[in-house]
Design a protein around this ligand. Structure first.
Ligand SMILES: Nc1nc2c(ncn2[C@@H]2O[C@H](COP(=O)(O)OP(=O)(O)OP(=O)(O)O)[C@@H](O)[C@H]2O)c(=O)[nH]1
Ligand SMILES: [Mg+2]
Length: 330
């Protein structure tokens, strides 16, 4: 969709291009953000601006915090599957244990805090899709690995851990939320309007772990008092295997994506490996996922499922639904 940008947006963009320092660039980008009309047609530009503003903020912060320490690990995790979900929470809450239960990964698990030091990915199966889960070192008021800032920027959702075997569990979980906020990562329960370009909002589910503990119920009530209804809460036990299937489903649903199957003319649909795209995507938005060329060259599509009748020819603006089968034509 074309975006009509007001002339003073281009003036601000010119200032951005001329800017020499990160601070000057940031000022110009923030002006562009304020001027940019916020509607569906400008969504791509909004995301791009937010990314650049956040990166510059991080860059300025790192520069201010002094000379770089001997190359602390930067972790580039290639996104795979229907979405990327990061594990955030206090130490010893059972993050790595859960990763081991939901995926084939074999992270270190230990009965003491600060066991996990580096990001550890694993792929979780849910029906016919896969979701990438990333276990991270714990986040507390005093312990924060700087790479968490980068990894949370690229993630699609977060699991926030609550330890039901620890009396301090609710307070420790809140401390994680507050520490992330300091690094402009805001964990949100519902898709609230996100007007602040300097922060990243991550759709979040609370995972209350170790529900096999004798006093888990009492602590869960305490946690509900503290957290209110900010986040959906899923109660699990990695040890007893409780609640894991419901959690898989909730994680997939938190991603806000739908499954689309493709087919070639005259052939049956490929039901083995669906594509995924944001709920509400149109044919025109979905097509480039299959091949970049479709962005320009797509002429029409036939749709089975959400169309008025099976195999109906539809245009780029047809809104797809979960489970649709699509045949694309150039
Ligand atoms: N009772 C019980 N214990 C659990 C459960 N899940 C994990 N644990 C125990 O809790 C301890 C910490 O587990 P980890 O998975 O290492 O916790 P973590 O959150 O990854 O810890 P850090 O890496 O230090 O942040 C271990 O002793 C686990 O055996 C559970 O469902 N029930
Ligand atoms: Mg761990």
């Amino acid at each position: 969709m074309a975006v009509n940008l007001p002339p003073h947006y281009h003036d601000a963009e010119a200032r951005y291009k001329k800017a020499k320092t990160a601070e000057e660039k940031l000022v110009a980008l923030k002006e562009m953000w304020v001027i940019l009309p916020k509607h569906k047609a400008s969504e791509k530009v909004q995301v791009d601006l937010k990314c650049r503003i956040s990166e510059l903020n991080d860059q300025i912060e790192t520069e201010k915090s002094g000379p770089k320490k001997a190359a602390p690990g930067t972790f580039k995790l290639v996104k795979q599957g229907a979405g990327q979900v990061v594990f955030l929470g206090p130490p010893n809450a059972g993050k790595s244990s859960l990763l081991g239960k939901l995926t084939k990964a074999t992270p270190a698990v230990a009965p003491y805090p600060f066991t996990t030091r580096e990001p550890a990915p694993g792929m979780m199966d849910f029906e016919d899709v896969r979701v990438q889960l990333i276990d991270l070192p714990p986040v507390t008021a005093d312990h924060y690995e700087s790479f968490v800032t980068d990894i949370t920027r690229s993630a699609d959702a977060a699991l926030l851990f609550l330890d039901l075997a620890d009396d301090d569990g609710p307070a420790a979980t809140l401390a994680t939320v507050e520490r992330l906020k300091q690094s402009r990562r805001v964990l949100v329960g519902s898709a609230a309007a996100d007007d602040d370009p300097t922060t990243y909002s991550l759709p979040t589910l609370v995972v209350a772990t170790k529900c096999d503990d004798d006093a888990a119920d009492i602590r869960l009530d305490m946690a509900k008092d503290v957290l209110g209804d900010r986040y959906p809460i899923l109660v699990v036990s990695a040890e007893a295997g409780t609640g894991l299937e419901a959690l898989r489903k909730a994680i997939y649903e938190r991603l806000g994506v739908m499954r689309i199957y493709t087919k070639l003319p005259g052939k049956p649909a490929d039901k083995a490996s669906p594509f995924t795209c944001p709920i509400g995507s149109t044919v025109g938005e979905f097509a480039p996922k299959v091949h970049n060329d479709f962005e320009e060259k797509l002429k029409s599509a036939r749709v089975w499922g959400s169309a008025a009748f099976d195999g109906q020819t539809v245009g780029r603006d047809h809104v797809l639904a979960d489970g649709d089968v699509v045949e694309l034509a150039v």
